[in-house]
Design a protein around this ligand. Structure first.
Ligand SMILES: C[C@@](CO)(OP(=O)(O)O)[C@H](O)COP(=O)(O)OP(=O)(O)OC[C@H]1O[C@@H](n2ccc(N)nc2=O)[C@H](O)[C@@H]1O
Ligand SMILES: Nc1ncnc2c1ncn2[C@@H]1O[C@H](COP(=O)(O)OP(=O)(O)O)[C@@H](O)[C@H]1O
Length: 294
């Protein structure tokens, strides 16, 4: 997918304007503790991939926020795009509104952060279109009210994350090719975090380096064992990929991924994917396509 030009405000002359919302991968995820409010303390690394939703936005003069596309599983009032727009309106007192259309490509409940990315893109795009003038750290804090994964998409760069995912430091990750598989199941994040057998005391590490296999040794996803127990389809997908490369689940699942040295090598494995698993070849990105928007 060609992301060039999507962040250039000068190209946005039409009534409807399109903004990309990329998915993320968690390159590892360690659970290091639990806060008194029940939220878990994490160490993780995020990078973006070129599997994107597209949010089309048309500014309204009457202050209404309307979702004009269908998303069968999510009523408009619960949709993170609507909630993000309302939150920005409340935070800034902006009298303008927006029509929001979402072209969903990122599977829901996949650990790819699609809903969070949609919310971040709406915050960034409306801050620009409504000329609210909020800076990135303020938008990140607003985003955190919508979900633990929203801040990194606003931050806009591959990141080492701590806290519940909101304490972010930019990192450089090789922009590798990945095979991404989606088992035929949606994994609810809250169910995985509340499992009694979840490991919650992984020793904190220093900021890792992502250069090659050697620098990634010891990095794993603590949520994976619980997800595989509750949803054996995740284990089946991992077993398939593991034949070809080191494979891992992203976030709380259900999607799993493995890194390849070239697009061709990734394509060769994707073609072997057994029936019942949706498969993509995707490329990693360090810089969010809306990084320059403000
Ligand atoms: C696990 C991660 C890793 O990137 O990604 P996903 O698998 O969701 O993509 C995130 O931490 C998920 O973030 P997000 O999807 O925004 O989660 P939220 O909506 O804030 O939380 C859903 C529920 O999961 C639990 N939760 C979430 C995050 C966290 N650090 N500790 C928790 O215990 C809480 O019970 C919360 O009510
Ligand atoms: N715009 C949206 N896109 C996707 N999911 C949304 C959206 N708004 C609300 N949701 C809700 O958020 C849940 C988590 O979605 P998502 O962020 O895509 O997955 P994950 O947290 O596993 O990465 C969905 O199951 C859905 O109920």
């Amino acid at each position: 997918m060609d992301l060039a030009g999507w962040h250039d405000p000068d190209t946005m002359m039409n009534d409807w304007q399109d903004f990309p919302a990329p998915a993320k991968l968690n390159l590892f995820l360690h659970v290091t503790g639990r806060r008194p409010d029940g939220y878990h303390l994490l160490q993780t690394a995020f990078t973006f991939i070129d599997l994107c939703d597209t949010i089309s936005i048309r500014v309204r003069a009457d202050g209404q926020i309307r979702r004009v596309s269908e998303l069968a599983e999510v009523p408009p009032e619960a949709d993170l795009v609507v909630r993000a727009a309302r939150l920005l309106q409340q935070a800034t007192g902006c009298p303008l509104g927006a029509d929001l259309r979402v072209d969903k490509q990122i599977p829901m409940g996949g650990g790819l952060g699609g809903g969070s990315s949609d919310a971040a893109t709406v915050l960034l795009a409306l801050n620009h279109l409504w000329q609210c003038g909020l800076d990135r750290p303020v938008l990140q804090a607003l985003g955190l009210q919508l979900g633990a994964d929203v801040p990194v998409f606003v931050f806009g760069h591959s990141a080492f994350a701590e806290g519940v995912g909101e304490v972010l430091q930019a990192i450089e990750v090789p922009e590798d090719w990945y095979v991404l598989l989606r088992p035929p199941v949606q994994v609810p994040t809250a169910e995985i975090f509340s499992a009694p057998d979840l490991t919650r005391n992984t020793k904190p590490i220093k900021m890792p380096v992502f250069r090659d296999d050697a620098t990634r040794r010891g990095l794993s996803n603590d949520l994976q064992r619980v997800a595989c127990r509750l949803y054996p389809q995740v284990a089946t997908a991992l077993d398939f990929l593991q034949q070809y490369a080191e494979a891992m689940m992203t976030g709380s699942g259900a999607c799993v991924f493995a890194r390849f040295g070239s697009k061709e090598a990734a394509e060769a494995v994707r073609k072997k994917t057994p029936q019942g698993l949706q498969a993509w070849v995707v490329r990693g990105y360090n810089v969010h396509p809306l990084r320059k928007l403000n």
